[in-house]
Design a protein around this ligand. Structure first.
Ligand SMILES: *Cc1c(COP(=O)(O)O)cnc(C)c1O
Length: 421
């Protein structure tokens, strides 16, 4: 029987040669990532051991979910992992946006002000805050919003932040990842510096970090450098590709208690919330997360290297230090962007025979093309790509449950791009 390899899977000799050259040049980077993975794997393992995770914690609960020991153990593990007083890790948190909304709405009251010192936050925050009018926004509840843009070189405008903090400032929201923009991703160190700066001016300000896509990329998390709340989605990094749903908020007792009362109900808080058998996957996904994040990072760096060699502009550049798993490539033409996404889709384990087409997605001002052949619907920790059909036709690409697949997907995208020219 003939061996299956990149060539028999439709990758040209030219691209295979180029990919070997790129991989060789990345050997040291990959080694650094392996080191981080090891540190994070041991951190996750220790959190599980210290909290005496056992088979009994995998049991189902239904109904109110009182005394769900699996849920409690999972939250204790997150507390250990993030080095916080409290954690809320629930399948009832439907996504990252929901987790962020709970964290903000729970800790802000009418008359308070929310400050973003790192420019405009992720798109789905617009309607939470009321930047775009929406039912139930913070604005509707009398919470005002202020924003300090990053300086032209992407650094934090500390003078502007100092000026913006006032007697109403209650919560400061800090987005770690670039999200789908080209601002640089913040390192945990920079986040720590910003939090200290804020607290020096206003010690009682609550600092919340949107940690989406950043978990386990550095050795430390924002909660290690003073964040009062750290928030994210379980269908991204920490779900390890297995979590079918969920979000987390970790932080101080005071903040997390507020969040629990908001997520369920005043008076009920953390005491309710049946886990319906999902907990087992949340434990196992977390256990796999360091390796999955490591694969996704290697895939992102490989993509940066390959596309840079092919003459495209990439963000971040191949040799930049990374603090999240997102890679952007300017594809220059609509055909290039579509070919990239079609290649990613053709390389997917699920729906590989489907051809993605651009469409008018709600909330976007131009057509968008998306590629995702994922086991968990919409999970962006799995190999996926998307981009709006407007200049400079940037594709945002992330994920990969294992490096072999991430590499193949990127090569397949490049093959489609080269074949389309
Ligand atoms: C993905 C993401 C969100 C929102 O998460 P969803 O699960 O898509 O709702 C918020 N902020 C950032 C930076 C993200 O990357």
């Amino acid at each position: 029987m003939a061996l299956i390899d990149l060539k028999t899977m439709g990758i040209s000799d030219k691209l295979i040669d180029l990919s070997e050259k790129v991989e060789d040049s990345l050997a040291l980077r990959f080694k650094e990532i392996d080191k981080k993975e090891e540190v994070n794997q041991l951190k996750v393992l220790k959190a599980m051991q210290d909290n005496r995770l056992s088979e009994g914690h995998f049991a189902h609960t239904t109904g109110y979910g009182y005394n769900d020991i699996g849920r409690e153990c999972l939250e204790d593990i997150y507390k250990s992992l993030f080095n916080t007083e409290a954690a809320l890790v629930r399948p009832q948190i439907t996504c990252g946006t929901h987790a962020l909304n709970v964290a903000l709405a729970a800790n802000l009251r009418p008359g308070d002000e929310l400050l973003s010192p790192v420019g405009k936050p992720y798109d789905t925050m617009d309607e939470i805050i009321g930047i775009r009018e929406s039912r139930g926004s913070l604005k509707e509840y009398g919470v005002s919003y202020r924003q300090v843009d990053l300086l032209p070189d992407g650094s934090i405008d500390y003078d502007g932040v100092k000026e913006a903090i006032n007697e109403k400032t209650k919560v400061v929201t800090i987005q770690r990842s670039r999200g789908y923009s080209k601002r640089p991703t913040l390192s945990v160190e920079e986040i720590g510096k910003l939090i200290s700066f804020v607290k020096e001016i206003k010690p009682d300000a609550i600092c919340m970090v949107d940690n989406c896509y950043g978990e386990l990329v550095d050795d430390y998390e924002p909660s290690d450098v003073g964040a009062d709340m750290t928030v994210g989605s379980l269908i991204k990094n920490l779900g390890g590709g297995l979590a079918p749903i969920g979000g987390y908020i970790v932080g101080t007792n005071e903040c997390i208690e507020q969040c629990a009362y908001r997520l369920t109900s005043p008076g009920l808080g953390k005491e309710v919330g049946a886990t319906l058998g999902v907990t087992h996957t949340l434990f196992q996904g977390l256990f796999n997360a360091p390796s999955v994040v490591s694969s996704a990072l290697k895939g992102a760096i490989f993509a940066a290297g390959l596309y840079q060699e092919l003459g495209y502009e990439v963000f971040p550049r191949v040799d930049e230090v990374r603090h999240d798993i997102i890679q952007a490539v300017d594809m220059k033409t609509p055909e290039g962007l579509c070919a990239f996404c079609k290649g990613i889709q053709a390389a997917a384990p699920v729906d590989s025979y489907v051809v993605p087409e651009p469409w008018a997605m709600p909330g976007y001002d131009s057509d968008v093309i998306m590629a995702a052949g994922t086991f968990i619907s919409g999970a962006s920790i799995e190999l996926s790509a998307d981009g709006p059909l407007k200049e400079p036709y940037t594709v945002f690409f992330q994920g990969g449950l294992n490096y072999g697949h991430a590499k193949y997907g990127i090569l397949k995208s490049a093959q489609f791009v080269l074949d389309s020219i």
